[in-house]
Ligand binder design. Structure first.
Ligand SMILES: Cc1cc2nc3c(=O)[nH]c(=O)nc-3n(C[C@H](O)[C@H](O)[C@H](O)COP(=O)(O)OP(=O)(O)OC[C@H]3O[C@@H](n4cnc5c(N)ncnc54)[C@H](O)[C@@H]3O)c2cc1C
Length: 387
């Protein structure tokens, strides 16, 4: 690779973790530049999520990335090589399910066992003793995952960016990618707009698309393969503090009815697991979704309905039809690397996502197979792009 720049578009978890790994290994070979449109990183999905580090997810093919990412997140408190004190509350996750939900839990437990991730089946008595707020809730089985927990997302994201900067990365805020100069199957330069409206071109050896909900737009600027990325909105609600909430409660996720909760600042963070397609933006909140949450709670944990909701917000999860990520070289534009479609796992998997992306960038484009085929963007070139 020539001694030019790798330009990463976006300073959310995808871009920040890629910059962290790349700046650490690329010293002297090329410059790492991160361009972020906002005045602060984490204004979009990376600062608007639930902070859950969950390995026992339905997408078994993502397991290695998710487990490696989760192991790093768990190790953050007290890491000597991490630049910001970062909290990880290892309270575990309790997945509850009824009817088909039980099949889902059994499938997750099966592959978690094969992968060596600890899980325990809990009885109703165990559940109700540990989390009295869901006593009487209709579930048939309960799977407890003791290694899971909640990370402080603000210091986690900040840590990646500080470490990347300490290794020489240039992180440019209020710097928007507005175009690309291409020649043949390569991007030659990115065009950015800075405060005041000045536009300039940055010559680029490689461009990394870590633009979250905007990844399709950035891909189109490069002439890359169109991918079926779908930004979807999800709401979160936080309640006033209440005496009965115990900060040691696990994250509880009802996979059948689709809602979750965890302790937050003496109250609860509640999510109704809504998912509707939405344009790239900071999404509005929909009062109908608060009603949906109330309906779900009425059937499962009516006591929680008495807790006043004191704040509400929504963020975007960008999904692909197979539920996997896209990390790797674009099949058409060979120096354009996708790190997108992280869906609902972008915090958990970030460390491993960044490591995989950095490894691909450091490798010559030899045409050798993808190191992790389940996330190869080329899978959409083979099967055709379907929404
Ligand atoms: C409600 C909710 C709950 C979630 N809960 C969890 C959870 O508990 N655990 C978990 O692991 N994951 C969770 N997620 C998912 C996680 O938040 C995302 O997967 C992750 O944040 C995606 O990171 P990203 O860097 O791809 O995107 P983003 O954070 O959106 O970052 C993309 C960045 O690119 C920038 N950008 C875009 N276009 C341009 C441009 N042209 N020029 C310059 N900059 C540009 C944007 O400004 C943005 O900052 C949740 C998501 C939501 C919405």
């Amino acid at each position: 690779m020539s001694a030019s720049a790798v330009v990463i578009v976006g300073a959310g978890f995808a871009g920040a973790a890629t910059a962290y790994h790349l700046a650490g290994t690329a010293k002297g070979r090329f410059k790492v530049i991160v361009v972020e449109r906002e005045d602060l990183p984490g204004k979009h999905s990376s600062g608007r999520n639930a902070g859950l580090i969950l390995q026992v997810v339905p997408e078994a093919a993502l397991y290695r990335l998710i487990a490696d990412g989760a192991a790093f997140a768990r190790s953050l408190p007290g890491r000597a090589d991490w630049p910001v004190p970062t909290r990880f509350d290892r309270n575990g996750v309790l997945l509850i399910g009824e009817k088909e939900g039980v099949v889902d839990l059994e499938r997750r437990a099966g592959w978690a066992r094969n992968a060596g991730i600890p899980t325990e089946w809990w009885t109703r008595e165990q559940v109700e003793e540990r989390v009295p707020a869901i006593a009487g809730s209709p579930f048939d089985r309960a799977l407890f995952c003791p290694d899971e927990g909640v990370v402080d997302i603000s210091s986690f994201l900040d840590g990646y960016l500080r470490a990347a900067r300490a290794s020489g990365a240039d992180i440019r805020l209020r710097c928007e990618l507005v175009g690309m100069e291409t020649a043949g199957r390569r991007v030659k330069a990115v065009v950015v707009r800075e405060p005041g409206g000045t536009e300039s071109a940055i010559p680029a050896a490689v461009v990394v698309n870590a633009a979250g909900a905007w990844a399709s737009q950035v891909g189109a600027m490069a002439g890359a393969l169109p991918l079926p990325l779908k930004p979807t909105r999800r709401h979160l609600f936080s309640t006033a503090p209440a005496d009965f909430v115990d900060s040691r409660w696990p994250f509880v996720w009802d996979v059948s009815r689709g809602w979750y909760m965890r302790p937050e600042s003496g109250g609860l963070l509640l999510g109704p697991c809504d998912q509707d397609e939405y344009q790239p933006s900071i999404p509005d909140t929909d009062p109908g979704v608060e009603d949906l949450l109330a309906e779900k709670l009425a059937g499962c944990a009516p006591r929680l309905l008495d807790m006043p909701i004191i704040s509400r917000w929504a963020g975007l999860r960008t999904l692909l039809p197979d539920g996997h990520f896209v990390i790797g070289r674009d099949p058409r534009v060979r120096n354009f690397i996708w790190v997108a479609g992280l869906g609902g796992h972008g915090v958990t998997a970030s460390w491993a996502v960044g490591r995989l992306a950095a490894g691909i960038i450091m490798q010559e484009d030899s045409g050798a197979g993808h190191p992790y085929p389940a996330v190869d963007p080329a899978r959409f070139a083979k099967r055709g792009v379907t929404a």
